[in-house]
Design a protein around this ligand. Sequence first.
Ligand code: HEM
Length: 329
Amino acid sequence: MWYATRASGYTALVLLSASVVLGVLTSSRESRRGWPRFVVQSLHRNLSLLVGVFLVIHILTSVIDPFAKLNFVDAFVPFIASYRPLWLGLGVVAFELLIAITATSLMRHRLGWRSWRFVHLFAYASWPIAVIHGVGTGTDTKLVWALALVALCLVAVIAALIWRLALAGPRFTALRVLGIAGCCVATAVLVAWMAAGPLEHGWAKAAGTPADLLAGSVDTPAGTAAPVAALSTGLNDPLVGSLVRSAASATATLTDSRDRTLQVVIVANADGSGTLTVTRSGARLCVAPATIGNSGVTGQCGAVLATIQVVDQGNGSASGTLATQKAGS
Ligand code: HEM
């Protein structure tokens, strides 16, 4: 679910940027010379509807996934979530602006052109707000592909805006100069903020990630170990690794696919006894007796009960899941 949140977030951002670019193109007479107007307009409309589809997936999966402990109120009332409230709240604001834009577009004939156009100009506000949300709250912001996607969206929208402003008639010279200067300044401010904030070490904490989630964070300087902390509850993570069998025991060494600093080693002996070892960044979180039953391997790691399912994939490889909950609950 968390992967789906992240993938649908970037998909929505790219589609939204494409839709904004097409919206800017349709507003200019120049574009109509090369491109039939209906093509650009219907592409713009269909892309906007696709943005809606991916945003529904983005919001539903972020609420269903237990990681950030979000609920539907957090998804509709900005700035009240416990997870990165400001940056998540900006996503809610962008989404609500898009709902207003879509609703008024559907009622366009009843509203009249002036009112419709007034609300539609909010599209220009919702796009940068969505970009700041994605960069500010995203797990993937520091990754090269994520930076490349954000840069692509920025360049496309800014280029379309500058092109559109450059085409404005001679009566609008002041507006043109102001608009183009505004685009350049806004881009420079965004890049400076990213460098000083989301791309800096420690952003996860500064962004308002709850302390219990920070324990599982991998937001550490390159080459240093993540802070060692207790195993978090509420995990439901996929595992991958290896399985080695001998006559006396079987050893599964598995890494959490979401938090690669977390490793689980299970030793199951032929006599039915076993041990569970959990480490983070090589530092031991716990060694506990493991109970091997039909519902998987269970072991208590401090105040947390871990249940691990192991699936033998053959050829020495294994996969599985790690679920954690408060012991005794
Ligand atoms: C126009 C609206 C929105 C757009 C374009 C958008 C886009 C994005 C993008 C690009 C990311 C970064 C994902 C990553 O780093 O992998 C993100 C993160 C996130 N968004 Fe949105 N979002 C929008 C609205 C919302 C709303 C309304 C919610 C409410 C629940 C939401 C919840 C989240 C969460 C929880 C994350 C964090 C995922 C993570 O840590 O990786 N988003 N969003």
